[in-house]
Design a protein. Structure first.
Length: 152
């Protein structure tokens, strides 16, 4: 029985390490039709992307299935987010092993500020370390790390 417990612990550590390398791309199996966004300093040259210059940088968007390839092509990434249709925020939080630090509602948008050990980076907000923000409104979920940098 002790061996089984050790095996499970090692498996969970390896799973956490592999998901951390994927970031929010880990949501690909949860939301396979999601749109993925990278906030960076330069456009992507890949055909599978759309590039929007917003004055302070570039938002590179792609299908979540192409996100890992796009991530590898970018020189620097300031933040990432994914948007998809859904309603079960609790499932996203559980899927990423996140802890909700606090929530707020702004103009009918429910916003969660969370910390996930599966994600890197983070910022201090109100004395709490946060590395994931989730916004929900009208059946649309946006998840960002370390925060949602675009509109939601």
């Amino acid at each position: 029985m002790k061996r089984l417990g050790i095996f499970i612990a090692v498996f969970l550590i390896l799973l956490a390490q592999s998901l951390q390398g994927e970031g929010l791309i880990a949501l690909k199996s949860y939301a396979p039709d999601a749109r993925y966004y990278f906030y960076t300093g330069a456009p992507s040259g890949l055909d599978c992307t759309e590039n929007i210059t917003n004055g302070s940088g570039v938002i590179v968007s792609c299908d979540i299935r192409d996100a890992m390839r796009v991530r590898r092509s970018l020189k620097s990434i300031d933040g990432e987010s994914v948007t998809f249709k859904g309603t079960d925020i609790g499932a996203v939080i559980a899927y990423l092993s996140a802890r909700v630090e606090y929530t707020e509602t702004v103009e009918n948008i429910l916003i969660y500020y969370c910390y996930s050990p599966l994600l890197s980076k983070g910022v201090d907000l109100s004395g709490k370390k946060v590395n994931m923000q989730i916004a929900y409104s009208n059946g649309l979920v946006s998840v960002g790390t370390p925060l949602l940098l675009g509109g939601y």
